[in-house]
Design a protein around this ligand. Structure first.
Ligand code: CUA
Length: 330
């Protein structure tokens, strides 16, 4: 954001390194919605306040040790201790606490209608969209889409371990706890891509539990959601048909659902519209031929302890056909 650019201009070499985390799709310093903007303002005020306090304290220290070394009367000393050591910190910390608490309720406020239920799995995200009035969810995985300009309610839980959902550019983080439901509501405003990441250590592949979130214009979002609710497209080319046969023969449908087919497994991510997503394997690879082949054959080398076994007995031709079928699931 602009403040980063301004700070960078101050020093051409050192500060860019220091501020490497300012930009990018996963930066709390690049707010894309109301909640992140509030947190960003809180951060800037605290940063500026800390710098001012640091300068003031060191200025006083320098003044009383180098400039004016005369002894204080007991009364004068007590005044400094009570003023700078008790009253000032109480006012500063108390105000920050009150402000911090005041911005928390909006992140639990009721949404404007759309509810997205997200379950933390090992190590991926089960995502279910519940539009107002729906009696069944539209199931997806590893990508969360939001309509811009309204407040969306995220209802969070987890299957086995505690995870934490965090999209730094859109707001604060929230724990996902097995057997409980926690609520986080987000009000994204700027359309675009924002990266999310699990923010609670949850096991071997914690660092590889990420996802894309996409903020869309409300009309685009509605069109996308209608497409997401539709069954999968049928395989067209001979290679895609062969890929679907391999998917069936290898038993992939026992864990993965592809709506509109006989594959109805619910252990792993729903693959109905896999090819329309922007990442594979929870934010760590791309949905394209080579990555799909590599992922299917080497799941546990790429993502330790993941439930999906590596299908390393498939030859290159079979993997390519399987990938072609999955790539057709737009
Ligand atoms: Cu899930 Cu860390």
């Amino acid at each position: 954001m602009s403040i980063c650019r301004r700070i960078r201009a101050l020093h051409p070499v050192a500060l860019p390194l220091l501020l490497g985390g300012c930009d990018g799709p996963q930066s709390a310093l690049r707010p894309g919605g109301q909640d992140a903007a509030q947190l960003y303002l809180l951060f800037v005020v605290m940063l500026v306040g800390a710098v001012v306090l640091w300068l003031a304290l060191n200025g006083l220290f320098f003044y009383f040790t180098r400039v004016n070394q005369q002894q204080f009367s007991l009364r004068h000393g007590n005044r400094i201790i009570i003023g700078a050591g008790v009253i000032l910190p109480t006012v500063v910390v108390g105000s920050l606490l009150a402000w911090g608490l005041s911005i928390m309720p909006s992140q639990r406020a009721p949404g404007d209608g759309l509810v997205i239920r997200v379950t933390g799995e090992e190590w991926w995200w089960r995502v279910e969209y519940w539009p107002p009035g729906a009696d069944a969810p539209i199931v997806s995985a590893n990508e969360i889409r939001f309509p811009a300009g309204s407040r969306t309610e995220l209802r969070l839980t987890a299957r086995t371990y505690i995870h934490s959902l965090w999209i730094p550019s859109l707001g604060g983080k929230m724990d996902m706890i097995p057997g409980r439901e926690t609520v986080l509501t987000l009000h994204p405003d700027l359309e675009g891509f924002y990266r999310g990441q699990c923010a609670e250590f949850c096991g071997a592949s914690h660092a590889m539990m990420a996802f894309e979130s996409v903020v869309m214009a409300p009309d685009d979002f509605d069109a996308w959601l209608a497409h997401e609710a539709a069954p999968a497209s049928r395989p067209q080319t001979p290679m895609q048909v062969r890929g679907q046969d391999i998917f069936r023969d290898e038993g992939c449908g026992a864990c993965h659902a592809i709506r509109g087919t006989e594959f109805t497994g619910s252990v792993g991510p729903d693959l109905t519209h896999l090819a329309s997503r922007h990442s594979l394997a929870a934010g760590i690879m791309e949905v394209e031929r080579d990555d799909l082949m590599r992922w299917i054959a080497h799941t546990r080398d790429i993502k330790p302890q993941v439930a999906m076994p590596p299908y390393d007995w498939l030859d290159a031709e079979e993997l390519a056909a399987l990938a072609a079928y999955l790539e057709s699931l737009e």
